[in-house]
Design a protein around this ligand. Structure first.
Ligand SMILES: [Zn+2]
Length: 208
C-alpha cells in the first residue's frame, strides 16, 4: 500500500498523487486509477469526482497516507452501494421511458419504438434492433454502466429503426446525439478490459 510518488514541491504545497486501491475495493467502470488531490482550502471532508478517466479524491491537505487510503475505502464502498442500488432500479419501464425521452430530444425523425427492454441473453452485442416490429433490446451488461453510455446505445439502436446498416445516413442521424464518441470510447475500453463482448460482436463499431 504505497503511493507511487508523493513529491512535495519546494514551497511545501502538497500535490496530487496516485493512490493504491485499498484491499477488496474496486474502481467503478470507466476509470483506470485513483488519485488523491490534497487541497489546503478543504478542512474536513473528502469527495470523489471523475476527471479525464481518473477517479480524483479531493482531500484536506496534510493527511498521512494511511488516512487517505482509509478515506478512499469509505468513499469507494459508499459509491459501490449507490451503484448497486442504481442497477436495481433499471427496469424495462424506465428504459422505455428513457428511449422515448431521447427520441423526442434528439431523434424526432425515427419511428417510436414499439418495445424497448433489457435482455440478458445478448452476449455478443450491447444492443439490438428488430425494425420489423420496431423492438429494441439492450444488454443487461450495460446495467452497471453510467446513464450516458446507456443513452448512447439506446440512440444507436433507435437510428437502426431507420437505417439497418452503419452507412452515411446512419451516422448523419446519430450525429445529432450527444456523447457518441465518448460513449464509444468507454464501451471499447470496457470490452478490452473485460474481454466482453467477444471480438467483433458489438453493434457499435462502424462496419460491424
Ligand atoms: Zn449498430
Amino acid at each position: 500500500m504505497a503511493v507511487t510518488t508523493s513529491p512535495r514541491p519546494r514551497d511545501g504545497q502538497p500535490v496530487e498523487h496516485v493512490l493504491e486501491l485499498p484491499p477488496g475495493v474496486t474502481l467503478p467502470p470507466g476509470v483506470d486509477e485513483l488519485v488523491a488531490r490534497p487541497s489546503a482550502r478543504r478542512r474536513r471532508t473528502a469527495s470523489l469526482t471523475v476527471q479525464d478517466g481518473r477517479l480524483v479524491m479531493l482531500v484536506p491537505a496534510g493527511l498521512n497516507l494511511a488516512r487517505e487510503t482509509e478515506l478512499a475505502r469509505i468513499l469507494l464502498e459508499r459509491l459501490a452501494r449507490r451503484r448497486a442500488k442504481q442497477v436495481q432500479t433499471r427496469s424495462d419501464e424506465a428504459l422505455m421511458a428513457r428511449a422515448l425521452q431521447l427520441r423526442d430530444s434528439y431523434l424526432p425523425q425515427v419511428p417510436v419504438p414499439a418495445q424497448v427492454r433489457w435482455s440478458g441473453d445478448q452476449i455478443t452485442r450491447w444492443g439490438s434492433c428488430t425494425s420489423a416490429d420496431a423492438s429494441i433490446r439492450i444488454s443487461t451488461q450495460l446495467c452497471a454502466m453510467p446513464q450516458w453510455v446507456i443513452d448512447h446505445v439506446l440512440m444507436h439502436e433507435m437510428v437502426h429503426l431507420v437505417h439497418a446498416d452503419h452507412g452515411t445516413g446512419f451516422h448523419e442521424l446519430l450525429a445529432a446525439c450527444p456523447f457518441t464518441e465518448r460513449a464509444r470510447g468507454f464501451l471499447e475500453g470496457w470490452a478490452m478490459a473485460t474481454s466482453t463482448p467477444p471480438d467483433g460482436g458489438q453493434d457499435l463499431l462502424p462496419g460491424s
